[in-house]
Design a protein around this ligand. Structure first.
Ligand code: FMN
Length: 217
């Protein structure tokens, strides 16, 4: 009926997923490395991902189980040792990120399969990807289960590695033109972040002064 909106509880989960992922865009992509029990480096992308706090420094990942209800390798590995590295994805890394979403058999390393080079991390045992613009060494902080198939992982960011030339550490300014991050739209659609614009934040006094000037003009 017109004006009633779409009741999410009445949608089947697939349509709910399509609608929410089509509406809440773009979403950043975390390409997450973990270590399996044999020391193989696992990598997989997650776009139910964001930062939500700086004190403490926390990020969230939405981990969905596989269709057979077993946890994904990433989830299993983080349950076991609590450590992971989140890599931000730039335009150059997008193809490898997509390859890492292939459902390789458990135990097969996406990193070995795709030929991605790794570097040692400092605060966690999990290696990081050399090609990533940013690598965030993380430790599990809290896991919340919302259904048998869905958990929200909250991780603390312990350390950030930045590719040369991306961060001015004097003021922590990130050079977006050099970074070239991608975002996920929905399905297999992605977006670049090249077309940005600025809006300055005003105090109430500044807002009153500006709107008064407009009225007086
Ligand atoms: C761009 C992109 C975003 C994804 N986001 C998620 C996500 O947020 N949560 C999730 O459970 N799976 C997500 N996936 C699917 C996983 O990457 C995929 O199931 C992967 O094979 C899991 O690998 P693993 O078993 O090695 O952990 C995403 C895939 C792509 C390509």
């Amino acid at each position: 009926m017109a004006g009633m909106g779409i009741s999410l509880r009445e949608l089947d989960p697939r349509d709910r997923y399509k609608l929410l992922c089509g509406v809440i865009v773009p979403r950043p992509i975390a390409l997450v490395t973990t270590l399996d029990e044999n020391g193989a480096v696992n990598a997989a992308p997650f776009s139910f991902f964001n930062v939500f706090s700086e004190s403490p420094a926390l990020i969230v990942l939405g981990l969905q189980h596989k269709p057979d209800h077993s946890p994904k390798d990433t989830t299993r590995n983080i349950h076991r040792d609590g450590e992971f590295v989140v890599h931000m994805v730039d335009e150059a890394l997008s193809g490898a990120m997509n390859d890492c979403a292939v459902d390789f058999p458990s135990g097969d390393s996406e990193v070995a399969a795709t030929g991605l080079a790794t570097l040692a991390s400092v605060d966690v045992k999990v290696p990081r990807l050399a090609a990533a613009p940013f690598a965030l060494e993380c430790r599990r902080h809290l896991v919340l289960n919302f259904s048998p198939d869905r958990e929200l992982l909250i991780g603390e960011v312990l350390r950030v590695h930045a590719r040369e030339g991306l961060v001015d550490e004097a003021n922590m300014y990130v050079d977006l033109d050099a970074y070239r991050p991608i975002g996920r739209m929905f399905g297999n659609l992605y977006t670049t972040q090249r077309d940005t614009f600025a809006l300055s934040r005003e105090s109430h006094a500044q807002w009153l002064a500006r709107t008064q000037e407009l009225k007086d003009a």
